[in-house]
Write a protein that binds this ligand. Structure first.
Ligand code: DX5
Ligand code: ZN
Length: 216
């Protein structure tokens, strides 16, 4: 089955003053911009100012805009990020009581809904609702910060999901560079999120070209 491969730079990996110039430069050359929204409760980091909905609104891009909600009550933000033009909203399984209610709420806005799993959360938890979700985000580091090392143990999780779900969009996030990204694609992931792996590389434009070349 042909699955589209997605390259999704994580804007958390940019210096704040360079975020918008990078978006302008990369627009159309990447599949989506990944934006991490953190409330300092679900994770010990805060980006609700930096990546507030008005920030998303000002990104008038052809590349999609994906919002990864690392917040305690994700549903608080669906409406605002919908209005800001997000195309995919990802909530954390661990943050919610009833994932099906969350998925329906996101779908009611006409948006794609994704669910993220922290490294210690097994894939079994998805059983009841995986067929309703548009994408599963496998965290390959503990959520909260960029620049952490990829956790190779997560490859089994990716394989498990791919074996059971041939056409599921599987996103990986955390410690992804050209090397770990390639390994994840081989394990069955098809959406790569990369912060430092792109923006901390010597030549960002060239790195993006190399990421895009992994699609071939
Ligand atoms: C981490 C965030 C990531 C982060 C990844 O909790 O969800 O999106 O930006 O950063 P890198 O790619 O540097 O690990
Ligand atoms: Zn993220």
């Amino acid at each position: 089955m042909f699955m589209k491969t997605w390259i999704c730079p994580s804007l958390l990996g940019t210096d704040e003053k360079n975020t918008l110039p990078w978006v302008e430069k990369l627009d159309g050359k990447v599949d989506a911009f990944h934006v991490d929204v953190m409330d300092n409760q679900f994770v010990p980091n805060y980006t609700l100012d930096r990546f507030a909905p008005p920030f998303i609104s000002q990104l008038r891009t052809v590349s999609e805009k994906h919002v990864h909600l690392m917040t305690e009550i994700p549903s608080k933000y669906y409406n605002a990020y919908f209005e800001a033009g997000a195309t995919l909203l990802v909530f954390h399984h661990e943050a919610v009581k009833n994932p099906i209610i969350e998925i329906n709420a996101v779908h009611n806005f006409g948006l794609k809904a994704g669910v993220a799993l922290k490294p210690k959360t097994p894939t079994d938890v998805l059983e009841d609702y995986i067929h309703n979700v548009d994408c599963v985000l496998v965290m390959t580091v503990e959520p909260g910060f960029g620049g952490q090392a990829f956790m190779p143990d997560m490859l089994d999780k990716i394989r498990e999901l791919r074996e059971k779900h041939a056409s599921l969009d599987i996103m990986v996030d955390g410690g992804i560079n050209l090397e770990t990204g390639k390994t994840c694609l081989e394990a069955g992931a098809n959406m790569l999120v990369a912060g430092n792996g792109i923006f901390n590389s010597k030549n960002v434009m060239h790195t993006v070209e190399q990421f895009n070349a992994l699609k071939e």
